[in-house]
Design a protein around this ligand. Structure first.
Ligand code: FES
Length: 207
C-alpha cells in the first residue's frame, strides 16, 4: 500500500461546475435533513472526475464546505479510500490488487511489470499515459489476478495479456473489459460444468 498524502503541487482553487453542482445538490437531497454528510463519497468522486482523475486539497475543502463538514472529516475519507487519488494520475490509472487470492494467482508478476513499465507507484509516465498503485481486494477474486484501470475491471491477468492490454490502451485501441482469457464473466474456465443438459436443466428449474 502506497503512502497516502496530498500532492505537494496544488491548484489555487476548485469549484464544481454549474452542472456538477446541480448533480451534487440532487445527491444531497436523497438524505434526510442534517444527514447531508452521507453524500461525501459521491461528491468526492464527482470532484475527482472534474479535476482530471485526482483530488486536489481545494476540491476536498469545497466538498466539505458544501456538506457543512469540517475539512478534516472529508480529508479522512479522501485519504482512507484508494479510489481517491491524492496526486495527478496518468490517462490510464492502474490499480493492481495485491491481496492474497490475487497474489496466489500471479499478481506479483503484474506488479513487477508495472514497476518495469511505469515506475514507482503514482509516478506518471512521460507520455502521460500511465500511473499505477497497488490496492487491497477489489472484489473480483474469483477471476484473480485482476486490476482496475480507470472505471473498468480487467481480470485473469497474465504478464502477457497485461502487456498487450497496456499496449492497446496506449495506442488508443479498443480493449476487452473483464476476463482476459476465454471465460464468460465468472463462469468456470472452459465453460459450464453443471446443468449442461438443456432438458434436465429446464426440468430441474421447474421442479
Ligand atoms: S483478492 Fe484480488 S480482487 Fe479480491
Amino acid at each position: 500500500m502506497a503512502v497516502r498524502r496530498l500532492a505537494e503541487i496544488q491548484p489555487a482553487d476548485f469549484a464544481f461546475t454549474a452542472e456538477n453542482l446541480t448533480w451534487a445538490n440532487a445527491q444531497i437531497a436523497k438524505y434526510p435533513a442534517g444527514r447531508q454528510a452521507s453524500a461525501v463519497i459521491p461528491l468526492l468522486w464527482r470532484a475527482q472526475k472534474q479535476a482530471g482523475g485526482w483530488l486536489p486539497r481545494k476540491a476536498i475543502e469545497h466538498v466539505a464546505e458544501i456538506l457543512s463538514m469540517a475539512n478534516i472529516r472529508v480529508l479522512e475519507v479522501a485519504t482512507f479510500y484508494t479510489m481517491f487519488n491524492l496526486a495527478p494520475v496518468g490517462r490510464h490509472h492502474v490499480q493492481v490488487c495485491g491481496t492474497t487470492p490475487c497474489m496466489l494467482r500471479g499478481a506479483g508478476e503484474i506488479i513487477d511489470h508495472c514497476h518495469e513499465r511505469i515506475g514507482e507507484q503514482f509516478h506518471v509516465t512521460a507520455d502521460g499515459n500511465f500511473s499505477w498503485v497497488e490496492v487491497e481486494c477489489l472484489g473480483a477474486c474469483v477471476n484473480a489476478p485482476m486490476a482496475q484501470i480507470n472505471d473498468d475491471f480487467y481480470e485473469d491477468l497474465t504478464r502477457e495479456n497485461f502487456t498487450q492490454l497496456l499496449d492497446n490502451l496506449a495506442a488508443g485501441k479498443p480493449v476487452k473489459v473483464g476476463p482476459q482469457i476465454d471465460r464468460q464473466f465468472s463462469a468456470p474456465v472452459g465453460g459450464e460444468t453443471t446443468l449442461t443438459d438443456g432438458q434436465a436443466s429446464s426440468a430441474n428449474r421447474q421442479s
